[in-house]
Design a protein around this ligand. Structure first.
Ligand SMILES: NC(=O)C1=CN([C@@H]2O[C@H](COP(=O)(O)OP(=O)(O)OC[C@H]3O[C@@H](n4cnc5c(N)ncnc54)[C@H](O)[C@@H]3O)[C@@H](O)[C@H]2O)[C@@H](O)CC1
Ligand SMILES: Nc1ncnc2c1ncn2[C@@H]1O[C@H](COP(=O)(O)OP(=O)(O)O)[C@@H](O)[C@H]1O
Ligand SMILES: [Mg+2]
Length: 277
């Protein structure tokens, strides 16, 4: 297993060109946030905006529109019941993330299915949280994922559901085998997060139990989406996003018992500035 280098951020984060504009920094669509889990998609969206993604649109339950706008006027919002609007919007996106707070009811399943049908080979999709649980329960949906650029971000229990590997059997060898079957990049989240690609397994050695709090993975989705939208959609970019998230968790954890996702979010942009090259 290859450790993520502490120099990864300098490799990935680029100084912005003078004559650039928002259109150069990617269009991201984040889909999630049921009535119950609105906070999840808000944290993902805030993290994404704070990484510098050019244009961020959130497709969520209408219940979440006002709270989201009150916190984050930079983001656009679309009612997730407007399927025609969703169908016209998705093809314009560079990066689509689905799952934070999506929920697992029949309508959440419909949204996931529609999104996977519309996903093109040129776009990158990040599949997280409830969307992973749905994929595990409805494996036919995996047919819609074939030959597409997908980053799956399960925690150990979500990985157990989709890989059918109990947490105690999640070894490097068995996880790699499953990654190959799924043919997606897998970010297996835990203490010492592992990233499985088709040829290499990486490990993130930063991070702290101060990060063990709800919303931490939703925040990671926002950072990965924002990085993938602006920087080349490579493994290095993904590693940089995973590293930045836990680096900030560690920094906050030095003086705080718990590293809140919203505190991490506030520090994303200033930390990125230190590493631009
Ligand atoms: N404020 C919010 O709206 C929040 C919404 N959330 C959303 O809630 C939905 C359900 O996700 P959950 O993950 O809470 O529920 P899940 O039921 O999918 O997973 C949680 C279970 O997995 C177990 N587990 C085992 N190993 C783990 C590991 N390494 N990391 C995390 N859990 C591990 C936990 O003990 C727990 O029993 C998702 O859509 C998620 O995005 C959560 O992110 C929490 C915050
Ligand atoms: N003990 C720990 N050490 C390092 N990182 C942790 C620890 N506990 C949780 N994390 C990180 O926090 C995030 C949790 O993700 P997830 O369980 O999906 O959260 P949520 O769904 O509540 O947003 C992952 O990135 C994981 O690596
Ligand atoms: Mg999660």
């Amino acid at each position: 297993m290859e450790k993520i280098s502490e120099h990864i951020l300098e490799k990935v984060i680029r100084k912005r060109a003078k004559h650039s504009h928002k259109g150069n920094y990617g269009r991201v669509c984040l889909i999630g946030g049921s009535e119950e889990f609105g906070g999840a998609i808000m944290m993902a969206a805030e993290a994404c905006v704070h990484t510098g993604a050019g244009l961020v649109t959130v497709v969520t339950h209408p219940h979440n529109h006002s709270p989201l706008h009150a916190r984050l006027p930079e983001a656009m919002v679309v009612d997730w019941f407007k399927k025609k609007r969703l169908a016209s919007l998705l093809p314009e996106m560079n990066v689509i993330a689905i799952g934070p707070g999506l929920g697992t009811d029949a309508y959440s399943l419909e949204l996931l299915s529609l999104t996977l049908q519309l996903l093109s080979k040129k776009q990158v999709a990040i599949i997280d949280g409830s969307a992973i649980t749905l994929l595990a329960h409805y494996p036919n949906l995996l047919n819609l994922c074939q030959d597409k650029q997908i980053i799956l971000t399960p925690h150990q229990m979500e990985w157990e559901r989709i890989s059918q590997l109990p947490i105690s059997n999640q070894t490097e060898e068995l996880n790699s085998q499953k990654q190959k079957e799924l043919n997606m990049t897998v970010v297996l989240k835990k203490h010492g997060t592992e990233i499985y690609t088709s040829d290499t397994v990486y490990q993130n050695i930063s991070g702290t139990p101060a990060m063990a709090t709800g919303g931490m993975g939703d925040t990671l989705v926002g950072i990965i989406s924002g990085f993938t939208a602006q920087f080349p959609p490579t493994t290095e970019t993904l590693l940089g996003a995973v590293y930045l998230h836990s680096l900030l968790g560690e920094k906050i954890g030095q003086t705080a018992y718990v590293a809140l996702p919203t505190d991490i979010i506030q520090q994303i942009s200033s930390e990125m500035k230190k590493h631009e090259s």
